[in-house]
Design a binder for this molecule. Structure first.
Ligand SMILES: C[S@@+](CC[C@H](N)C(=O)[O-])C[C@H]1O[C@@H](n2cnc3c(N)ncnc32)[C@H](O)[C@@H]1O
Length: 241
């Protein structure tokens, strides 16, 4: 009630708006931010209103002064895993928050898609397109103990952790067509149009193989299912330590 909320890595703004309407309609304002100018332009054109606004921000870059201690709450979904500089990212989130502010985030941890990128980058067929893969892989994908890593990082910055846990999301897209849309929307590589369908087939085969052999998941892309391991985090900023 009456609080200011920042949604970090808001993408096209649709989720920000849904959260505002369905979960926190009484907040004072909700601001979506994203590194992508295209996303913010789209969000402003389609979803901006009196209490919903969107702005460009790189959360792992230099924080503009006017954003310091501006928000009561920061939320972020499937975006912080894109940031290479995790310490700067969380320091910025800390600095953006007012005292007693909180951060709730869902961060992709381990995802078969990342292993599939690495495998396809080593094939003659795809290595020309599947490049710079490490840039797109979650910093926690290879971690042996991501909870410990995260605890250490947040503690160092000054956050008080209220909740930190792993979860596995098993998302059933019901049809191959839906799975293709969802999967290909996060693939960052510039695959030529004429190879797009072929790329999806190889990528989903690779995920199917890894899901079964490496992670022992029961269902995978053959059943139009994606499995994603996530970190769920809820932490507070308090000035007394
Ligand atoms: C997978 S989308 C998630 C969008 C939305 N949160 C959702 O769950 O529907 C990740 C978003 O994070 C944004 N992003 C990546 N790096 C970022 C950064 N350093 N600062 C702000 N946004 C970033 C991307 O541009 C992208 O729009």
């Amino acid at each position: 009630m009456d609080s200011t909320v920042l949604d970090i890595g808001c993408g096209d703004g649709s989720l920000t708006t849904k959260i505002f309407k369905e979960i926190i309609p009484n907040c004072k304002t909700i601001t979506g931010c994203d590194i992508s100018e295209d996303m913010i332009r789209f969000a402003n054109e389609h979803f901006a209103s009196d209490r919903v606004n969107f702005t460009t921000l790189n959360i792992e870059g230099e924080l503009p002064d006017q954003l310091r201690e501006r928000f009561n709450h920061a939320i972020s979904f499937f975006a912080i895993n894109w940031c290479r500089r995790q310490e700067t990212t969380f320091q910025n989130i800390y600095d953006i928050l007012k005292d007693q502010g909180s951060c709730f985030a869902i961060i992709v941890e381990k995802f078969t898609l990342f292993d599939a990128y690495r495998n396809l980058a080593n094939t003659e067929k795809w290595k020309q397109w599947v490049i710079d893969v490490e840039k797109y892989i979650s910093p926690y994908h290879d971690s042996q103990d991501s909870l410990k890593e995260m605890q250490h990082l947040l503690g160092k910055i000054g956050f008080t952790i209220k909740k930190l846990e792993h979860k596995t999301i098993v998302h059933d897209y019901e049809k191959q067509e839906n799975l293709k849309g969802a999967l290909m929307s996060v693939v960052p590589f510039k695959i030529p149009d004429e190879l797009y369908d072929d790329f999806f087939i190889d990528l989903s085969k690779e995920i199917q193989m890894l899901d079964t052999k490496k992670y022992n998941y029961k269902k995978s892309t053959n059943d139009s299912v994606l499995n994603v391991q996530i970190l769920v985090l809820y932490a507070e900023k308090s000035s007394y330590v």
